[in-house]
Design a protein around this ligand. Structure first.
Ligand SMILES: Cc1cc2nc3c(=O)[nH]c(=O)nc-3n(C[C@H](O)[C@H](O)[C@H](O)COP(=O)(O)O)c2cc1C
Length: 335
């Protein structure tokens, strides 16, 4: 299905990390990569697809499925007021910010991907309608659904997707949970794969906290066809992660990761920093994402890691600065 010789998939990482060069490097190394369509406009996504297609036919595209977590105006305003002191450091006033609940241009991106089909499309945050899954099937595109529980795995299998990305809570970035109000309980990737394997017959890709060849071997022994790694590649040469993010991952003074809603209103795993220590937002996605975005952009521009979403999985200390191919090959070990 993935036309890859290594059982390692470079995770889609939105926000500029999974660049075309990153996805091409994964394919050239014998693995597989997915562009991150989340947050991109349909035109920007189309341009990234063109850039990858000029180099390789082995790639996929990941999308955020609209599954909004509504927030009421009063709760939103109270959180805006709470973070104003932090925003003020960057000369910003967020107290009157509009409450934006958009769908991340979902329909436009689906149209783009159906107009010029790509080999693989992945979905996270929710399950698309059956007609969307069927349309991709007719277009010859294989679909991969991110799931975080056995229940989600069963529902995705019934909906007709071709494979599952089984994401454990050790994963960096947003949890793919369909129920952000009830985020998944702690479980290792191998144990979650074993449970999902017992419930569904689809090919499984294990994700979350996979940082060594031994971790890859463990999820394969549990029944996964492949391992998907994100955090292990954040410092790769081809990664689009910012200098500030890379430096924080390598900083011995950082004290681990935390699952937080502080930046986006949806649970996500990040390195602890001043902002995660000070706040935990109410549920409210994407409204809280839009509320904090200007502050995060300003922090990134200022190179300030303490007001940035430093997405990272629990295995972040194993993230190395070297060519992506070297990391994928090492993770594949003697497989
Ligand atoms: C910076 C970052 C951005 C991410 N963005 C996405 C995304 O756009 N879509 C998605 O399905 N998963 C996203 N994830 C989650 C990854 O796909 C994957 O599940 C996770 O990285 C695996 O765990 P690991 O980070 O411990 O390797 C992101 C993860 C990180 C670290």
């Amino acid at each position: 299905m993935f036309d890859a010789s290594l059982p390692i998939i470079a995770a889609p990482m939105a926000g500029g990390t999974s660049t075309p060069a990153f996805v091409v490097a994964a394919a050239r190394a014998g693995g597989f990569g997915l562009l991150a369509g989340g947050y991109l406009t349909p035109d920007a996504l189309a341009a990234q697809i063109e850039a990858v297609r000029a180099e390789t036919a082995t790639f996929g595209v990941n999308l955020f499925v609209p599954n909004p977590v509504p927030i009421d105006e009063g709760t939103f305003r109270r959180y805006a007021a709470r973070i104003q002191a932090d925003a003020e450091r960057f000369g910003l006033d967020v107290t009157a910010a509009p409450l934006v609940d958009d769908d991340d241009a979902w329909h436009g991106k689906v149209e783009t991907l159906l107009a010029v089909p790509v080999p693989v499309v992945g979905f996270t945050f929710g399950l698309p309608d059956g007609d969307v899954i069927a349309a991709f099937r007719r277009a010859g595109t294989r679909t991969v659904q991110t799931v975080t529980s056995v229940d989600e795995a069963r529902a995705a299998a019934e909906a007709g997707v071709d494979a599952l990305a089984v994401q454990a809570p050790a994963a960096g970035g947003h949890s793919g949970t369909w129920t952000p109000a009830r985020p998944p309980a702690p479980i290792s990737a191998a144990d979650l794969v074993e449970r999902v394997r017992a419930a569904v017959a689809l090919p499984l890709i294990a994700a979350g906290g996979i940082a060594s060849a031994a971790d890859v071997a463990a999820v394969r022994a549990a029944g996964a066809e492949a391992a998907m790694v994100g955090t292990a590649l954040l410092r790769a040469d081809e990664s689009g992660a910012s200098v500030t993010h890379r430096a924080a991952l390598a900083d011995p003074a950082r004290t681990g990761t935390v699952v937080t809603r502080a930046f986006t209103g949806r649970p996500a795993r990040a390195l602890r920093n001043t902002f995660t220590g000070r706040h935990d937002a109410p549920l409210g996605y994407p409204a809280i994402h839009h509320l904090t975005a200007p502050m995060r952009r300003a922090a990134a521009a200022a190179g300030d890691p303490d007001y940035l979403h430093l997405w990272a999985g629990t295995g972040y200390r194993a993230a190395t600065a070297e060519p992506l191919a070297a990391i994928l090959t090492r993770l594949a070990g003697s497989l």
